[in-house]
Design a protein around this ligand. Sequence first.
Ligand SMILES: Cc1cc2nc3c(=O)[nH]c(=O)nc-3n(C[C@H](O)[C@H](O)[C@H](O)COP(=O)(O)OP(=O)(O)OC[C@H]3O[C@@H](n4cnc5c(N)ncnc54)[C@H](O)[C@@H]3O)c2cc1C
Length: 447
Amino acid sequence: MAGSDAALAAASLGVAVDLYEMRPHTMTPAHHTGKFAELVCSNSFGGEGETNAKGLLQAELLAAGGLVMSAAQACRVPAGGALAVDREAFSERVTETLMQHPNITVYRQELTRIPAGVVVLASGPLTSDALAQEIQRTVGMEFLGFYDAAAPVIDVDSIDQRIAYRKGRYEQGADYLNLPFHKEDYERFYEALTAARRHLPHDWERLEFFEGCIPIEELARRGYDTPRFGPLKPVGLEHPETGERYFAVAQLRQEDARGRLWSLVGFQTGLKWGDQLAVLRLIPGLAKVEVVRYGVMHRNTYLNAPKLLSPTMQLRDHSQLFVAGVLAGTEGYLESAATGWLAGTNAARQLLGLPLAVPPETSMLGGLVRFLATANPDNFQPMNANWGLVPASPKERHIGKAEQRRRLYARGLADLARWLVEELSVNYRSPSAKPCPERSACTEPAK
Ligand SMILES: Cc1cc2nc3c(=O)[nH]c(=O)nc-3n(C[C@H](O)[C@H](O)[C@H](O)COP(=O)(O)OP(=O)(O)OC[C@H]3O[C@@H](n4cnc5c(N)ncnc54)[C@H](O)[C@@H]3O)c2cc1C
């Protein structure tokens, strides 16, 4: 994700880029293809709009001409207020754009040493062991590690449509498919879920979940009602025809443009596959479910950014090394892409003898990279876009939270746009790209 944006940002400035990707020859435990920017779990880039922190970062990246966001915008699928994509069309589009760029040479090989020269390290949460050791040797620090999990994806034909109903929470569109539990259904499901066997990672003693991606079995372990207050929350999901309220509701989100594949929202899991299937089949409407891709659990690798990084994404003690993505301490596809764009831009600027650039602190990207460079290094945890990263606007009475956020959004985007033009000489692009709903149309490389 980060490497894709970094490569295009640098290449667009006229710099020759060698792009190393070890897939498909050496796969990670989470990827399934050799494509760039493969989405390893959800197909969503988070909520959109002017009251959403991710929405601001999305708009900033579109304004900057970021590859991942431009491709996401072009390959979107319906997902209520979120930006979700047809994952295949999306990564195809990113891959073709990079493969066809005249300044980019792609090498399909695992790097075990950091090459000489100006380098952007963006090897992600599943950096191969040899490279991880090399980075560790270079920065002289211990990596921090934790685990998170991916949700199962299922075939739409195996969902009992007499039980499932379409509805968004609190009536927001009808993009989601809902599977309602009565109390006795939930009890059967809960019992099986807590009894199911988990896949234990090797160094499981250090098991620590990122709060945004906790496995469903871990939530169940925390208490009978915990899943019902989390991903199985029934609030706002009454049946649209009968008005019936349920004890719990599982939601399915569309994964591909044609609506063939659906994933269970918030259902990341590391259960063994046989047990996983048995548990899924206890969800009302999924008695005959066919799992297209099982949920899995994986290691996550990241540096202690506040000890090592400057907000230019450069390692403080190694001025030719830039770091981006999860490795740099960000969380999320969008944040990875954003830091990749900045690292690629600055790596190229260094080669061109230009001053390195840091986005304004009022922008979401500016707030994020400043956080990475200045956060408390004790127990440092990866960070995603949120309103706490940008300076608050002056308090005005009679202005609600939504309006305050709209103002932060407008301020951040305006400041970033000005910065792009004045400091980077980028032709500012209004953040609105036409979606291309048909997959075939999405395979054209981005302009
Ligand atoms: C299982 C899992 C589920 C996740 N789910 C979500 C989610 O739902 N939503 C979300 O926003 N974020 C999710 N994340 C977190 C994170 O946003 C994504 O992993 C994101 O893809 C990270 O971007 P990145 O560029 O840092 O790394 P990646 O996108 O993983 O890119 C790193 C690339 O480097 C390659 N590579 C690694 N080592 C080498 C080497 N030695 N030589 C050459 N190439 C190498 C890899 O093959 C990979 O293509 C998840 C992470 C994991 C592990």
